[in-house]
Design a protein around this ligand. Structure first.
Ligand code: C5P
Length: 411
């Protein structure tokens, strides 16, 4: 197996121009700026005069750690060409918020202040323009705005959103700027190579819950974090992702279709309903091996004599083994990846499990070292041997695993 290095956040080391045009959503741009810096990007803020009516350059300077630019006549630039210098340094120009007026101006190639001037002057092949519109719902729905957005897209701009809901004006509808965390995730995806474009990825994640009676049940310590990280990484890489999740308290990754289930049998039904369309199946769920035979209809009461109830169990279906044995998996139309949570002898157990489940790739990890944590270390086992992915965040490991799966699909 090949070596693979730890991939940092897709935004780490990027240099972004964050442009603010006028709108109440400017307050969200402050949080976006902070989040981008935290993700490892450098951020050069450029504000229009209208934006400065809503939020001060002082705030954005403090958050970005750089002086804010707002005039094309800014004498701080030696050649007095801020529009050229700043646009050529950028990996992308992100305008958030992009007001209706600002987009109308961009559409016509208007350039009467620094931000629109930079958008026009940027090297169009090398510096993408990403717009996060924000406006009142009537302004957003207006044919002029819709026409402008369609044309800006046709001209190569990337338009993010919009969100729907309650607006600052009190009206309710489309036109809200996406929330800072949503924009951050869109930008993470933007800078992720689309190695899974066209793939349909089905993932199971989390524990299952096997009821004993209406108030009690048997579950395990799986947090679902690895499977959710995989869903996020696969979406960022361009796949359509369905996530079948056991009972976990994790937010749904952006762009991912989520189906919540409780028991192993429900998980199997959900998988069976989706697997025909899938091209990749990743079983990261910690599925209970057994369920209680005959769930009590009512809460089991403590006996008079302190006697514990006798529970008997039946084996649950092996979801992964079943999928891996299907015609589509065996003919190579569906690539299956299994997980193994072990406590010791990881390599031997992972190899044996790969054989038993009949999957091309099995990912081993030490359960007690990872349950509930944000980091993990993985041992990948295939027919050629094994490969370690050193301890890193689950997000980083998921990105590496997605890249490895993409290589296998290509091969
Ligand atoms: O047998 P074990 O539970 O260790 O196998 C782990 C792998 O098999 C994981 O990929 C898990 O999601 C999958 N599995 C399954 N259905 C089961 C048991 C495990 O899909 N009933």
């Amino acid at each position: 197996m090949q070596e693979s290095s730890i991939s940092p956040s897709p935004l780490a080391g990027r240099h972004l121009v964050l442009g603010l045009s006028g709108g109440i959503a400017c307050y969200k741009a402050a949080e976006l700026c902070r989040a981008l810096v935290k993700a490892g990007a450098t951020v050069q803020v450029v504000m229009t005069d209208a934006a400065a009516q809503f939020i001060t350059p002082v705030t954005l300077q403090a958050l970005s750690g750089r002086p804010v630019y707002s005039s094309q006549w800014d004498a701080r630039e030696g050649n007095n060409m801020a529009h050229i210098n700043l646009s050529r340094q950028a990996d992308a120009i992100v305008v958030a918020p992009a007001s209706a007026d600002f987009m109308a101006k961009l559409l016509h190639g208007g350039a009467d202040e620094l931000l629109s001037l930079m958008c026009l002057a940027r090297p169009i092949e090398r510096v993408p323009l990403i717009l996060a519109p924000a406006m009142n719902r009537e302004m957003y729905a207006h044919p002029a705005t819709q026409r402008n957005i369609a044309q800006l897209r046709a001209d190569g701009s990337h338009v993010l959103g919009v969100g729907a809901g309650e607006q600052a004006c009190g009206e309710v509808g489309d036109g809200r700027m996406l929330e800072p965390d949503e924009l951050l995730e869109e930008l993470n995806a933007f800078f992720t190579p689309k190695v899974l474009a066209g793939q349909q990825v089905l993932i199971t994640a989390g524990p299952t819950y096997e009821a004993i009676d209406p108030v009690r049940g048997i579950t395990n310590r799986s947090s679902g974090k690895m499977g959710f990280a995989l869903a996020q990484a696969a979406w960022r890489a361009g796949a359509q992702v369905t996530l079948v999740a056991g009972p976990v308290s994790l937010p749904t990754p952006r762009g991912v279709q989520r189906l919540d289930v409780q028991s192993a049998q429900q998980m199997q039904q959900a998988v069976q309903a989706c697997v025909e369309r899938a091209t990749v199946f990743i079983a990261s769920a910690a599925v209970a091996d057994w369920r209680v035979d005959g769930v009590a209809e009512h809460k089991i009461k403590k006996g008079e004599g302190g006697q514990a109830p006798a529970l008997s169990f039946v084996e649950n279906p092996d979801i992964l083994a079943g999928v891996a044995a299907s015609e589509r998996a065996r003919s190579g139309q569906l690539y299956c990846v299994g997980f193994a949570a072990e406590s010791h002898d990881l390599l031997a157990h992972a190899q044996a499990k790969r054989q038993r489940k009949g999957v091309p790739l099995l990912v081993g990890n030490i359960g007690p070292d990872t349950f509930g944590r944000d980091d993990n270390a993985l041992l990948l086992v295939d027919e050629h041997g094994s490969q370690e992915l050193a301890r890193a965040s689950k997000a980083q490991l998921a990105a590496q695993l997605v890249a490895i799966v993409a290589q296998r699909l290509k091969a």
